[in-house]
Design a protein around this ligand. Structure first.
Ligand code: SAH
Length: 246
């Protein structure tokens, strides 16, 4: 994977994965964090250029540490000057937070880099008892689906599962579910894929290489699969409260 090309393709997008301000806000409402009065300590993990971080900053009285392993994305976020936001370059499998130190961990479209189960474990450690975990994660929407789609996702991600299965994982790891919803189509198309498609030409004119063309072909194939099979999968947003230590 050529990170420079990935950064170049994604850095100017409104976000680096499916989602929306409305749905970050919906998850926030489910979390109960707006009603907590003390100044909150929050981490937004895999924040990218900060689409969700800036929504959290607008709605919460919080110190927010926005974590990503790509400093280029963090620079964009820093320039946005979100209230209470600091950026931290770190890998999500090696976070510098103390155990039981955070009121909430937010992570949109990123926990799959660790794998859901491992991610829930890692993140849980850093949450205070009563702390909130809010993550979006790729999820099957139906119990039956075309075989070629099942095969595709099984080769892409070995924890592809239904919401019921993801919620069971959360419960087994000591979380109480506060809410779940799947992201609707506009979070993928209007907010993520269509803006990306509109950047392909300029990306290819800046990067005249086989590798750059292959990256665009890969992204186009991913978009095609989404357009064809969008009834069967989406990101699910899971909002849960830590009620016991694993
Ligand atoms: N939350 C953002 C970005 C989602 S894309 C949004 O919804 O727009 C996933 C993000 O995770 C990217 O910004 C990528 O740089 C970051 N990432 C991938 N692997 C990571 C790792 N091991 N540690 C930290 N960040 C990582």
């Amino acid at each position: 994977m050529n990170l420079e090309l990935l950064i170049d393709l994604h850095i100017d997008g409104p976000r680096q994965g499916p989602g929306s301000e409305e749905h970050t806000n919906l998850a926030l409402n489910l979390s109960g964090l707006k009603e907590r009065n003390d100044r909150l300590e929050i981490a937004d993990i895999g924040c990218g250029t900060g689409a969700s971080t800036l929504v959290l900053a607008r709605h919460l009285n919080a110190n927010i540490t926005a974590v990503d392993f790509l400093p280029e994305f963090l620079n964009v976020l820093r320039n946005a000057n979100g209230k209470g936001v600091r950026t931290l370059q770190a890998s999500m499998d090696d976070l510098p937070f103390d155990n039981s130190s955070l009121d909430a961990i937010w992570s949109e479209g990123a926990i799959y880099h660790l794998g859901f189960e491992k991610g829930v474990d890692y993140f849980s450690k850093h949450l205070k008892p009563g702390g909130i975990l809010a993550v979006s994660e790729i999820t099957w929407l139906t119990s039956e689906r075309p075989d070629d789609l099942t095969a595709h996702w099984e080769s892409e991600y070995n924890e592809m599962a239904t919401a019921a299965e993801k919620i069971t994982v959360l419960e087994q790891k000591g979380f109480l579910l506060k809410g779940y919803f799947p992201l609707p189509e506009r979070c993928w198309l209007e907010n993520y894929y269509e803006p990306m498609e509109s950047r392909f030409d300029s990306f290819l004119s800046r990067n005249d290489s086989g590798e750059a063309r292959a990256l665009v072909v890969d992204e186009q194939a991913e978009i095609e699969i989404y357009r064809k099979y969008r009834d069967y999968f989406s990101y699910g947003f899971y909002v849960a409260e830590k009620v016991s230590s694993p």
